[in-house]
Design a protein around this ligand. Structure first.
Ligand code: XIL
Length: 349
């Protein structure tokens, strides 16, 4: 731990210095991941995967883990009731298999990007609670079964809590009660007993009420022998906020409950315009996030939410902000990319 902190301090104090401890610098992120005994992944934009050969080449060269950015969400896979559209999700899984990438399934139970038929039916009362529970069971079962054996880890329940630590008043909580969480994990486990099943959330890097409430839920689920195996930290950071300095410690607290850990959606946005100084701060955030993961033995995966500024959700969702990724729009490595490679081998695993 202390050696790691020292290496980090040296790295930050000597910009441009290669800090590979065991021989040569890694040549790409896959190599960096292998040297450090973890997986480094990216979210995949299916349209870009299909249409942009340079995007596809960079994705497959740099990453050994992938998550479909939108293609596995409920509105994508069942836009009409009973009509499944798996093409985009299949494309991500097929590409991953060809290139030796593990896959994170994202996401089975969430309050966003639900199909309109479902939300409208609940709203107008034509779908009652018993039917809703059955619909959810069928959804989880069908999707997990379809990719059985091909998904390393599933984000089973996404964003179950508010920042103040209360459970989110989603249609799931409102109509099914808090038991929907245990149900979803059990159904997923039945459909693919080998997949690692995760809770996933944002702001869990620093929001104390959310951290405490989530820890309490995990303890309760474990006590009920619910098959939960991992905690996913989304990791949507911004340089205008301080780096969440307690993150490694928070990861450690979840690991102590017997969970594996992943950073599932890392990106580091900034207020525009981009400056060299902001890019240097961004590089520091990325290296600290990877270093935090590596300092926790149970942390097995760091996935970025897109790898190029050409395709990121940030400009659309955060007014005036952007440039959150490791590569610029022409796929050149930014300072953050170089800084990650310069970390070299830092873990003893
Ligand atoms: C985002 C996608 O990146 C966007 O393309 C989409 O319009 C909205 O959702 N937390 C999550 C992700 O768990 O699924 C979200 O992805 C980003 C926040």
């Amino acid at each position: 731990m202390r050696a790691l902190a020292l290496a980090l301090v040296l790295l930050l104090a000597l910009p441009g210095t290669a800090y590979a401890q065991g021989g040569h610098d890694p040549r790409d992120l896959r190599d960096l991941a292998r040297k450090n005994g973890i997986r480094i992944g990216s979210a995949v934009d299916v349209a870009a995967l299909r249409a942009e050969p340079d995007y596809r080449a960079a994705l497959n060269r740099e990453f050994d883990h992938v998550t479909a950015e939108n293609a596995m969400k409920w509105e994508s896979v069942e836009p009409e009731r009973g009509v499944h559209t798996w093409d985009d999700a299949d494309a991500v899984v097929r590409n991953a298999r060809r290139h030796g990438q593990k896959v994170r399934g994202h996401t089975l139970v969430w309050h966003n990007q639900l199909p309109a038929w479902l939300t409208a039916g609940v709203e107008d009362g034509s779908i009652g609670a018993a039917e809703l529970r059955e619909i959810l069971r069928e959804h989880v079962t069908a999707q997990v079964r379809r990719y059985r054996g091909q998904i390393r880890a599933w984000d089973v329940v996404n964003e179950a809590f508010e920042d103040d630590g209360t459970m989110r008043q989603s249609i799931w909580l409102k109509h099914l009660g808090p038991g929907y969480i245990a149900d979803a994990f059990r159904w997923a486990h039945r459909a693919d007993p080998h997949a690692r099943l995760y809770l996933n959330d944002y702001n869990l890097e620093w929001s104390v009420p959310k951290i405490e409430a989530t820890l309490a839920l995990v303890k309760e689920l474990k006590a009920q022998r619910v098959p939960i195996h991992g905690m996913g930290f989304q990791g949507h950071l911004g340089i205008q906020y301080g780096y969440p300095g307690d993150w490694a410690n928070v990861m450690g607290r979840f690991a102590e409950l017997g969970l594996e850990i992943a950073i599932t959606e890392l990106d580091v946005r900034m207020e525009l315009p981009v400056t060299a100084e902001k890019l240097a701060t961004q590089a520091e955030y990325y290296t600290r996030a990877l270093t935090d993961c590596l300092s926790v033995r149970a942390c097995e995966e760091v996935t970025v939410w897109g790898f190029t500024d050409r395709h990121s959700w940030v400009p659309e969702w955060f007014d005036g902000e952007g440039a959150p990724c490791l590569m610029d729009e022409s796929l050149a490595g930014k300072p953050a990319y170089d800084a990650l490679l310069a970390l070299g081998k830092v873990s003893g695993r």
